[in-house]
Write a protein that binds this ligand. Sequence first.
Ligand SMILES: [Zn+2]
Length: 429
Amino acid sequence: MTHRTVFTDAVVFPVHDENLDPERGYLVIDQAGTIVETGGGDYSGGTAAETVIDLGGKLVLPGFVSAHSHLWQSVFRGVADGCFTMGWIDKLHKRFGAAMAPGDMYAFTRHGQHDLLRHGVTTVCNHTHEFGGGPTEQWQAALDGAQRTVYSFSPPLWLAAAERLSDLDKFAHLISDSRDRVLGVSVNTTRIYRVEEMRRENEILRELGFGMHAHYLEDPSVAAEQQDSFADLLAGGRIGPETVLAHFIHTTPHIRDAAAARGAAMVWNPLSNGRLGSGIADIPGYRAAGLRIGMGVDGQASSDVADPFQNMRTGLYLLRAAAQQADVLDARTILRMHTLDSAAVLGVDDRVGSLEPGKAADFLVCDPPAPYGHLPARELWPFTVLSTSASDITDVYIAGRRVSGGPADRDRALETDCATRVSRLYRAV
Ligand SMILES: [Zn+2]
């Protein structure tokens, strides 16, 4: 018999089944890190070939999924305060991108991974950038980190359509031997090309099995112009089941309904949207329209503290305050949005996003300081979403292996290396 690990006395959150509430029970994990069994109450099937880890009644949540992030930004927190997205990009990407030295992008991406892991994000869609070592260093970081990655490749935005295709080809070659080590691959489709050029590229993306990931309708100052381009995006086949639209705030009813009808998905980033003054996405309206919705903590230079609990609360509170209605979105729903729904938006919900047999044992253990043992099971949803923070995380597991001890778990060597690199960049610009 292969070796198994059993986590007992765990209060497990079943985000995948709306008929179930959190329950004290156990998780059985096989040697490959896959959940083979879950159940309520005490575990009684023990054999000598099992390691038992008693979680002491702590809360066990599926690992968070950030469906939109830029990991390298982790070392630029607090930057460009008071700027809209476009001004913020000038002060971050344009200022530092060209000055990056070999190794910077790798180190910064590792910093971002480590930071998200400490905050309970076990799967990230890293929407990469072309500068500072480009795809080579960011891909290598994805292979070296413990966190699971959906890799979003960004060809330089200034490339003509034909040059872009050859860049895509180069990237496909770069990852050909290691592609199965990430969960998925998509391509940055933010720039809009001629309709026939986009169609041609879509065929290639389909052959390669790459999805599409674009920033769209984020900064209000360019929203009207971007709304005008929607007809071209539709005609060019850029709005479909493989499309992830990050932010998607300044929609019209037509844009919202057409995106929903074509099976496209949006990613809601409440922390970043608040910090950059981008606006409040009409999540209740999108849900009513049947749009697929995921959540992201975005880059740490616009969310600053990438705490998914704070991201959920910021989202809930913005929506409730704007609608002057406290039941516009509930705690249970938003926890599912930041886990299973985000995995579905990225097309990886067959492997991650919930704690069910057949899926990866990716989870976080929380030990909040307030009492909860007396609560009816259904009250554990709001208790956890409204009152827990990343600082209450004691352990983060990926494939049943402990990879972080929460926010207090720091990588001082990596921080020192990044601090040296960032000081050099500040002197250079
Ligand atoms: Zn972004």
